[in-house]
Design a protein around this ligand. Sequence first.
Ligand code: ARG
Length: 534
Amino acid sequence: MQFGSDSKMLFNLLRRTFSHEILPAIRHYSSTAPIVTSGSEQVLELLSEIYTRGKDYGFHTDYFKNLQQENIIVEYSSPNIAKMFHVGHYRSTVVGNVISGILSAAGHNVCKMNYLGDWGVQFALLALSYKKYGNPTALKEKPLFHLYELYVKISKEAEENLQIKEEAQEVFLDMENGNADALQFWKCCRELSISEYKKLYHSIGVEFDVFSGESMYIDKSREVLEILKEKDLLYWDNGALKINLAGSKWLSKSPQIYQHPVLARKNGTSLYLTRDVAAAIDRFNDYKFDRMIYVTDISQAEHFNQIFAILEKMGFPWADKNTEMLMHVGFGRIHKMQTRKGNMTFLHDLLEDAYQKAHEDRLYCKTRKMPLTPKDDVTKIVALSGLIYHDLKARLSKGYNFNLEAALASKGSSGLFLQATHCRLCSLEANAGVHCIPQVDVDRILSEPSLVELIEHLNKYTTMTKTLYETLEPCILLRYLFDLCHLTAKALIPCTVKGADIADAQARLLCFYCAKTILGNGLRLMGVPPLVKM
Ligand code: ARG
């Protein structure tokens, strides 16, 4: 087997350490040896390497070249059709996207997968609701909204009316048995929702390679039950079919209640957990993954431990905990997420609010360089940069209070500060009056303490990317970029380019050009395109 490499072990060890403890690693890369003391040749070499590699700078080092290329599935976002796109789905989308980006940049073959909650009794309820209150035009025009509306209505009714619940169970049983009529409506909901989600994801720069879903694993979860029965691993308890997972390494730290999960109901309909087990097996068969990473809210941690423990019991070598091929990245909760319409129900509302806020701010911004047009792309990127930075700036296991004002603040630790610095550097280059060249008089740099500080920071980028890869903690990147912008601002005050003596101007411009290159690379890694003007 090609997994189990030392680097993977180290990777997981680091992840565990960093996610539990304070994060000294946030600036772990600070321990990089100073470059200035190694001599001016090294300084020039660093700058010309950044200059020539450009967009590729950061993951080009021997460390990354020597990694064994892996097939990695990253499963994230995974909303439930007809239900709310809640803050957990939002955070999973942001975090999963940046994690996939880091792994791809490191040279792995990444499959970005969305595992839709597209199955369950809710679809039977929905079908009943549609029969009573459905509106075909609304379904076509605003599918996510209409389905949600229908679902809320029928759920309320079902709470008071037992008959509806029973009817829904019957319809669901029909669906599970493959009844074409019962499945027709479900299929239509699924297709409309996926196409709607694709548009939304596209608007925030997120693309999936695969839209999978729970519905694909009805038959296969029956097969899972058969295998487990044959192995004599199941037992009946209070009308439910359970498995005993006591003793599994995956659950060694879990409370006892998680050690005997239910895998099937009396009427034989499938369950979330069983479908997940079937899906994992299927993915291994299809992709032969070396690693599979699930990104969800930390509250699902035990669910994933159960999946992994069941797979291990079934005897799959890749589910052995020591191989570290299965991994759940859990993140903390977002609190106080409110949109102008109230609690967040749809991703669209959050994006719209962020866009509006960014638009208003830009409207009154005195230093704005670009004309404002409705549905302006720059405003969209500004809003998105603010949201992503707000989400990723602390370590993942930490939750945070959502605050749109803070997310879109133009100063301090924010996404806008990064974009504004990038724009500032682009404009400096455009108005420098000299061309940026990689051969400069290094002494002109070394005599400026603020430039030396900046260069020392640039020199830490490749150590940072390594730590980032090993821990998958995006806050390490954000911290680095924030420091970079801060040091750039500090150096820009004494080290003017325009109007300076030509040798000074060229030396300074090269430093700022390299800062811009790295900042741009970092922003792309964070999931946003760097802006040139705003
Ligand atoms: N749809 C699920 C939810 O909203 C998340 C799915 C996570 N992935 C998984 N393989 N179970 O809670």
